[in-house]
Structures are given as structure tokens and as C-alpha cells.
Design a protein. Structure first.
Length: 181
């Protein structure tokens, strides 16, 4: 048998034609040898990420989340303080309207609840409330009750009204009160 006429058992799709197909006796060479196949498998196994690379990416994402999160927390706290200051002004207006109608501010024992429900006792006909929206006295932005005292220690001719602020402790520098600016 002539070596030129022998056909390789390898299918045509695995061969590469080195000469034009019109030439007689064109030869096919097998492209995929064992060495190339193992090289290809080695490249495939190295194409993924190592656990170290994945952990590095997670650490970077955690650091970025911490930086961005801390900025939002600071803005959130600032927004709560501004909202509490606005709510304090609303209470002052409601207490002023109550004082005009009733001729006095609510006592400390009556508290702020008389702004949303009719007080008991004498002269309740003058009450024109509710002076605040809703059925209950709103809490501050940290879900704590507002503090009210009449007569006030800081404003003896009126009342003291304050929130304990973000720390929830009375007397801190973060308290929001009607006697401070």
C-alpha cells in the first residue's frame, strides 16, 4: 500500500488541510495531539478564580460598604435631629394654641396628651382640640417619649419641652430642647 493513499481513521473535522483540496493526494494532519489536549485542560483548570482572589474581592467590597454605610449613617442621624427640631416647633405651636384656648399651659401631670384628647376637669368646654394630628402624642425620632415640664426649670414663665436625643439619656449635649438654639 502506498502511504499516500492510506487514510487516517481521524475524522475530517480534526484535520487541517495543508495543501489546496484540488491537488491530488492532499494530506491531513491531526491537530489535536495528546500534548495539546493536556495543555488545553491545564488552561481550563487555571481559568477560574482561586479562593484567595475571591476572599480579596470580598474584603475590598466589605471595606467599600463600610465607608459608604458610615456616610449614610451620619446623614441619617443629622436628618433625625432636624426632624426632631421641626417636631419640637410643632409642639410649641400646638401648646401655644392650647394656651390661648384654655388660658394656661397643660400641667406636668396632664402632659402632652391633652393636645390630642380632651382634658378632664373644669373648663373643658374651652378646649378646641385636638391640637396635633393623630390619636396619640408622637414620639421623637428615636422612638422615645418627649419630656414636658410646666412650669419649666429653664423657662419658668412657660414650659420645658425636650427630647433626650440620639443617646436617649437626659442631660446630654445631644438633647433637643425648647430652651436651646
Amino acid at each position: 500500500m502506498n502511504s499516500q493513499n492510506t487514510q487516517s481513521p481521524v475524522a475530517d473535522h480534526e484535520c487541517e488541510v495543508r495543501s489546496p483540496p484540488a491537488q491530488a493526494g492532499a494530506r491531513c494532519e491531526v491537530k489535536a495531539s495528546l500534548a495539546l489536549r493536556t495543555s488545553h485542560l491545564a488552561r481550563l483548570s487555571r481559568s477560574g478564580f482561586t479562593i484567595l482572589e475571591l476572599l480579596l474581592v470580598l474584603v475590598i467590597l466589605a471595606v467599600l460598604a463600610g465607608i459608604v454605610g458610615s456616610r449614610f449613617v451620619g446623614q441619617s442621624q443629622s436628618a433625625k435631629i432636624k426632624a426632631a427640631t421641626t417636631q419640637l416647633q410643632n409642639f410649641k405651636l400646638a401648646l401655644g394654641r392650647y394656651e390661648i384656648d384654655m388660658g394656661r399651659y397643660p400641667s406636668s401631670s396632664e402632659g402632652l396628651r391633652v393636645l390630642v384628647e380632651r382634658p378632664s376637669g373644669q373648663n373643658t368646654k374651652a378646649w378646641q382640640g385636638p391640637y396635633l394630628d393623630g390619636d396619640a402624642v408622637p414620639k421623637d425620632q428615636w422612638e422615645n417619649a418627649w419630656n414636658y415640664r410646666q412650669p419649666g426649670q429653664h423657662i419658668p414663665e412657660g414650659f420645658d419641652l425636650w427630647s433626650n436625643g440620639p443617646d436617649g439619656t437626659e442631660g446630654g449635649s445631644d438633647d433637643i430642647a425648647n430652651w436651646t438654639k
